[in-house]
Design a protein around this ligand. Structure first.
Ligand SMILES: NC(=O)c1ccc[n+]([C@@H]2O[C@H](COP(=O)([O-])OP(=O)(O)OC[C@H]3O[C@@H](n4cnc5c(N)ncnc54)[C@H](OP(=O)(O)O)[C@@H]3O)[C@@H](O)[C@H]2O)c1
Length: 268
């Protein structure tokens, strides 16, 4: 594609400033798409411009806290203001926190659910007319954690299985109009782990951890293949299969041993 040609399609990507989202932005731009990149971190958003070549501008940053009231409506207003279509919506923003449920505040836990599950639903609902007229696609970044209950990450795993089931059901409802793919990464080397207070576990050093460029590449390939559910690696797929079929009570007991939340700091 000639860099001066108008972009062919528009991708709206949340979590664009994170490890996986940044790679999704880079690879969508390489594919010749225009990208509306959503995140809070201003520096990281600005840094994305390095992936965008000559005009016309193909990288459009949108600085937005998705937990603010009416955040999804702000995305729609932004698209309206620029008269942008939406061919691909990628719901990638997500957070987690390694903590026993009762040891962190209620709003911390419900914010995980809002960002990981409710926001993708709100964005998809509001962007659906655009996605329909483009015969477009939705890519929901779920997690291997959707396959099993994870003590210490109880709300995170609940948020991801809700996202997964909603994706697959929505896919059926929108059949023939909008394609919906749920993509479930396993452990990926991004800031997610330290942010979720999981850095001390050293999970990103395990052989089965993936790099974000591979995860993003496989996720976009899954969209092109119109997959219902996809994984980054065969090992992730096997893990989802085994952990999904094993008795959840036993898996939960094993995960509780493996994931040791750090004690919350002692009060004053
Ligand atoms: N890394 C893993 O091991 C792993 C495994 C399975 C699934 N996943 C999933 O993959 C997705 C991407 O994770 P990642 O590994 O790339 O994590 P990451 O590097 O920590 O990125 C998280 C992204 O979410 C955005 N975000 C967080 N809170 C936000 C808010 N209130 N409003 C707007 N944006 C917000 C962050 O934006 P700012 O930085 O600008 O705030 C950042 O772009 C998540 O849904 C995660 O659950 C990750």
């Amino acid at each position: 594609m000639n860099p001066t040609d108008p972009p062919r399609q528009t991708a709206v990507i949340t979590g664009a400033t994170g490890g996986i989202g940044r790679e999704l932005v880079r690879q969508c731009l390489l594919d010749g798409m225009r990208v509306v990149a959503i995140g809070r971190n201003t520096d990281a958003l600005g840094d994305l411009s390095r992936f965008s070549s000559a005009p016309p501008p193909s990288l459009i940053p949108l600085n937005l806290d998705l937990l603010e009231p009416n955040a999804a409506r702000s995305v729609l207003d932004f698209l309206d203001a620029h008269d942008f279509p939406a061919d691909l919506l990628i719901n990638c923003a997500g957070v987690g926190l390694l903590s026993r449920f009762h040891e962190s505040g209620l709003s911390t836990q419900t914010d995980i659910l809002r960002l990981n599950t409710q926001m993708p639903m709100e964005l998809t609902h509001l962007l659906l007319p655009r996605l329909r007229s483009a015969r477009g696609a939705v890519l929901n970044i779920t997690s291997l954690l959707a396959a099993f209950p994870a003590p210490g990450l109880a709300v995170l795993s609940a948020s991801k299985i809700a996202l997964l089931h909603w994706s697959v059901a929505l896919r059926r409802e929108l059949k023939g109009n909008v394609a919906v793919t749920a993509f479930s990464p396993g452990i990926t080397r991004t800031p997610f782990l330290p942010t979720a207070r999981m850095g001390h576990l050293g999970l990103d050093r395990f052989f089965f951890a993936s790099n974000p460029d591979l995860v993003a590449r496989r996720a976009l390939r899954a969209v092109r293949r119109n997959a219902a559910i996809a994984y980054a690696t065969p090992l992730d797929r096997l893990g989802a299969l085994l952990l999904g079929f094993a008795p959840h009570r036993l898996v939960a007991a094993a995960v509780a041993i493996a994931l040791k939340p750090q004690r919350p700091p002692a009060g004053p």
